[in-house]
Design a protein around this ligand. Sequence first.
Ligand code: ATP
Ligand code: MG
Length: 241
Amino acid sequence: MIEIENVRKSFGPLEVLKGIDLTVQNGEVLTVIGGSGSGKSTLLTCINGLEPIDSGRILIDGTEVHAKGTDLNKLRRKVGIVFQQWNAFPHLTVLENVTLAPRKVLGMARAQAEEIAVRQLNHVGLGDKLKTYPGRLSGGQQQRMAIARALAMSPRYMLFDEVTSALDPQLVGEVLDTLKMLAQEGMTMILVTHEMAFARDVSDRVAFFHQGVMAEIGPPAHIFGDPQHPETRKFLSSSRQ
Ligand SMILES: Nc1ncnc2c1ncn2[C@@H]1O[C@H](COP(=O)(O)OP(=O)(O)OP(=O)(O)O)[C@@H](O)[C@H]1O
Ligand SMILES: [Mg+2]
């Protein structure tokens, strides 16, 4: 499980996370919503150790992410992250892009890495694009390749940061379907998204962030149907327009 205890984080004078407490259980799908600049992306980058924190603790299966002796590379294998855009290597095929990290980081033999990559690419519906170059993929296909690439490392946890927000509207659905499939398979995930209908459908819990504070957290029916915090109400009514 992922345990976040009173985490504070500033960029210069700006405090971006103001004491976040949050536990994500194994198998749980947590969606994080909130306005621009509320600290959503920062939270994800702190969880997988891409950013240092100022105080508090983040524990992944009991291992403290920001402790001195922690092997961050090992930890990141456990916690996959997919961003809004991932720049694939243009001169490598889809299959080669997905086998790269298992081969380089895990030292896996080519045959084994390819077997895993083919399985994950089939899983996200790209089984017919193995020999294609990324430049020939649609935006939605590129995002699904990025998801397959993260899955090829066999992570226990997955973090998704607005993976559909750079896509043309007609391509959003196929990527959300892929995320939903992972959720249904029991993958533990934290998703930052602006897709409210999707969040309502797929989440076990939804957390609303406002100016570095987790203002409200609860089951989607509560957050969307009966929000308690005035800022949640304000955010939801503006995002419905
Ligand atoms: N590397 C950085 N250096 C300085 N300030 C940063 C850095 N990263 C983020 N910030 C600032 O921290 C605040 C929170 O940023 P963050 O990216 O976490 O917001 P967000 O909730 O993900 O917003 P969005 O919905 O726009 O993606 C913002 O004010 C942002 O400008
Ligand atoms: Mg963000």
